[in-house]
Design a protein around this ligand. Structure first.
Ligand SMILES: [Zn+2]
Ligand SMILES: [Zn+2]
Length: 250
């Protein structure tokens, strides 16, 4: 091992970078966490405010549950992908994005000690540019009402996706605040009992972690195993240890 690699390893193993790929990753986690609300919230507001047909604004209300549902589905897909195909040794993605998912199965309570930037920073890194793509035309273009509806739905979905890991963290708290329990019991966000299904070995279902609305349906239609069959048509199979966990020979 050369001296440069050793120095990098020392930096990466420092306690302040325990949950990250190193200082550059930590910088972007912070930057994205602070920037995200400044980019996403204006999309939600501007798409409604400048909507041409003011009498039809109730469409936006109808999009509220759909956006929340879409966020649940997207987080399920990402969670399933990282749990099933991700490797901690993959370049960049491995340590920064996949390792937290692996660690979470072995020590579910550990994430309750994470700061806000560790909890949602990774998602914000991906979500901020996505929200910016909708903000730009709303600020500088003359988008149609259809675009405004789509921008609102997309921003809501992105917003729910960003908040997901915070909801997930709350689902693992021993003594959450009363208002968190209220949100969990009303099923607006992920509840601990519901999420426990995923934490039961072999961790191969109930991947959706925003509110869990999609979980029972996707489990019933065997959606995740169906996805794995489709992915296998492209020559990609789940990692051996995942299959071992499911008592299937790799
Ligand atoms: Zn998992
Ligand atoms: Zn969990």
């Amino acid at each position: 091992m050369n001296s440069e690699a050793t120095t990098q390893d020392i930096i990466r193993e420092a306690p302040e970078y325990k949950h990250s790929a190193g200082p550059v990753h930590v910088f972007f986690e912070h930057l994205a966490t602070y920037t995200f609300p400044l980019v996403c919230l204006p999309v939600l507001v501007l798409s409604v405010l400048d909507y041409g047909k003011t009498s039809d604004r109730y469409f936006f209300l109808a999009l509220l549950p759909l956006g929340w549902l879409a966020a649940d589905f997207i987080t399920g897909l990402i969670h399933w992908g990282f749990d099933t195909y991700g490797s901690q040794t993959m370049p960049f993605l491995g340590r920064a994005f996949i390792k937290p998912f692996r660690d979470h199965h072995t020590d579910p309570k550990e994430m309750t000690t994470h700061s806000l930037t560790v909890t949602i920073g990774n998602t914000c890194i991906a979500a901020t540019p996505a929200a910016a793509a909708f903000l730009y035309p709303l600020l500088f273009g003359t988008p149609s009402d259809t675009f405004r509806l789509f921008a609102f739905f997309s921003a809501l979905t992105i917003f729910g996706t960003v908040l997901t890991n915070q909801f997930h963290k709350w689902a693992h708290l021993d003594n959450p605040s009363g208002w968190i329990v209220f949100l969990q019991k009303s099923k607006l966000i992920l509840g601990p009992k519901h999420h426990h299904v995923h934490h039961t070995k072999p961790h191969d279902t109930y991947y959706c972690i925003t509110n869990g609305w999609m979980d029972a349906f996707l489990h019933k239609i065997n959606f995740w195993r169906g996805m794995e069959t489709m992915v296998s048509w492209f020559g990609v199979k789940p990692y051996g240890h995942i299959l071992e966990e499911r008592n299937i020979r790799a």
